[in-house]
Write a new protein. Structure first.
Length: 406
C-alpha cells in the first residue's frame, strides 16, 4: 500500500491523476464546444485538453512498454511523447495569444509572429524525429530515458531540444497570462482561471529545470536521476491539473455562480410567495422537470400577479409615512423602502379582507406600484424581520393619528 507521503511519487499515480482531471475538464467543456462549434477558440481548448491527456497516457510506463512492443522499435515512445508535448506547447502559446489578442486592443503577438511560432515548433517536431533516427538507443528505458541517454550523441541534443522548446513556450505563455491578469475589468472567474493557467505554466518551468538539472548532472559525471524520475512527474502532474482547472474555471465558475444565485433568489422569495399565496388561495404547481430558472420565473410571476391584484388596495400615504418612520428608526434608505413596502402590502391585505366583508368605507386606490414590483426579492427578505416591521408600522400609524383632519 502506498503511504500518503509517497502518493504523488508513485510513477503510475503521477500520470493517471492528470489524465482523470484533464478528461473531466474536457467533459465539462464539451457541451459548450458542441453548442458553439463554430468558435475556433473553444475548439482549440478542446484540442489542447485532448493533447494534454494524450501526453500523460503515452508517457505512462505501461503505455511506453506497450508502444515499444507494438511498433518493435525500442524507445520510440520518446519522440512520440516529446512531439505531442511540443505540439501542445506551441498550440497553448498560440491559443493564449489569440485569446488575449481577441479581447484587447493590444496585440501581444502579431500574425507574423504567430506564423513563426507554427514554423518553429513544427521544425522542432521534425528535428526530434531526425535526431531519434540518428541516435543509438537500443536499450529500452521506461522511466529514466532522459538521464540514461543524456550523454548519447543525437539523443543528448533531442532531450535538450524538447526541454528548450517546452521552457520557451512556458515562459512566453506565462508572460502573456500575467500581463492579462493585471488588466482591469476582468471577470472574477476569468481572472481566477488565468491565475491557475499562469501558475500551471510556471510549474512547467520547474519541471524543465528539474529535468535539465538531472541531465546536466549526467554531463558532469554526477547522478541526480531521482530529480527526473521521482520529482519531475508529480511536478508535471500538478502543472497539468492547474492548467486543466484554468481552462474550465471561468466557464464552470460562472455556471455555478448563476445556479447558486438562482437558488438563493428562489429561497429569498419564499416569504413573500407564502404571503401572497395565502391571500390569493392559489399556488405555483411544482414540476419535477422544471429548470431552476423556470421555477424562479414562475415564482416571480406569481408574486407580481398577486401584487397587481392587491394594487387597488395599496395606501401610498401609508407607504410614505412608513418609509419616513423606518429612516427615523435608523434603517438605511434601501431597507427603509423595503420595510415600507411590506407595511403597505400587509395593510392592503387587511383592506381587501374588509372589502370582502362588505365594508363600504374601504377605499379603492389607483397607486403606482411599479417600484414594489421591481423590488420583490428585497421586500421578501425583510419579511423575516417581524420586529422591525411591527415597529415601523406602529410608528407610521401613530404619525397618521397626529395628522390634523382637513
Amino acid at each position: 500500500m502506498t503511504s500518503p507521503s509517497g502518493f504523488l511519487n508513485d510513477p503510475y499515480i503521477a500520470f493517471w491523476i492528470p489524465v482523470a482531471v484533464l478528461t473531466a475538464a474536457l467533459v465539462i467543456k464539451l457541451p459548450s464546444i458542441v453548442r458553439l462549434w463554430k468558435d475556433p477558440l473553444l475548439r482549440a481548448v478542446g484540442g489542447l485538453l485532448v493533447l494534454a491527456s494524450a501526453i500523460f497516457v503515452l508517457a505512462a510506463p505501461p503505455t511506453i512498454a506497450w508502444t515499444n512492443r507494438v511498433t518493435g522499435v525500442p524507445n520510440i515512445s520518446a519522440p512520440l511523447v516529446y512531439s505531442i508535448l511540443t505540439a501542445f506547447c506551441g498550440s497553448c502559446l498560440l491559443l493564449i495569444a489569440s485569446w488575449r489578442n481577441g479581447i484587447s486592443d493590444r496585440r501581444e503577438i502579431t500574425g507574423r509572429a504567430m506564423q513563426w511560432i507554427v514554423i518553429v515548433y513544427l521544425g522542432v517536431i521534425i528535428a526530434l524525429w531526425v535526431l531519434f533516427a540518428l541516435a543509438d538507443v537500443h536499450e529500452e528505458r521506461l522511466r529514466d530515458l532522459d538521464t540514461h541517454y543524456a550523454t548519447t550523441p543525437f539523443m543528448r541534443e533531442l532531450i535538450l531540444l524538447y526541454l528548450l522548446a517546452h521552457a520557451v513556450a512556458g515562459m512566453i505563455t506565462s508572460k502573456l497570462i500575467w500581463s492579462w491578469v493585471r488588466t482591469d475589468g476582468l471577470d472574477a472567474w476569468l481572472r481566477r482561471g488565468l491565475t491557475c493557467l499562469a501558475i500551471g505554466n510556471a510549474m512547467n518551468l520547474i519541471f524543465d529545470g528539474v529535468k535539465l538539472s538531472a541531465v546536466v548532472a549526467r554531463w558532469t559525471g554526477h547522478d541526480l536521476d531521482r530529480l527526473s524520475t521521482d520529482l519531475a512527474p508529480p511536478v508535471a502532474c500538478a502543472a497539468a491539473v492547474l492548467i486543466a482547472v484554468g481552462f474550465v474555471l471561468p466557464h464552470l465558475g460562472q455556471y455555478l455562480h448563476r445556479r447558486v444565485r438562482i437558488h438563493l433568489s428562489h429561497w429569498h422569495l419564499r416569504p413573500l410567495y407564502l404571503l401572497t399565496r395565502a391571500v390569493s388561495g392559489d399556488r405555483v404547481h411544482f414540476q419535477l422537470r422544471a429548470t431552476p430558472e423556470l421555477r424562479l420565473t414562475r415564482r416571480e410571476t406569481f408574486i407580481r400577479d398577486a401584487l397587481l391584484r392587491l394594487g387597488r388596495y395599496v395606501d401610498e400615504d401609508l407607504g410614505r409615512r412608513a418609509c419616513d418612520s423606518a429612516l427615523r428608526l435608523g434603517h438605511e434608505a434601501g431597507r427603509a423602502k423595503s420595510l415600507a413596502h411590506v407595511v403597505t402590502i400587509q395593510d392592503a391585505i387587511e383592506t381587501k379582507q374588509r372589502s370582502r366583508k362588505g365594508d363600504a368605507t374601504t377605499p379603492l386606490n389607483s397607486p403606482d406600484i411599479e417600484d414594489l414590483l421591481g423590488a420583490i426579492e428585497a421586500v421578501s427578505r425583510v419579511l423575516r424581520d417581524t420586529g422591525d416591521i411591527r415597529a415601523v408600522r406602529e410608528r407610521a400609524c401613530a404619525a397618521a393619528e397626529r395628522v390634523p383632519p382637513e
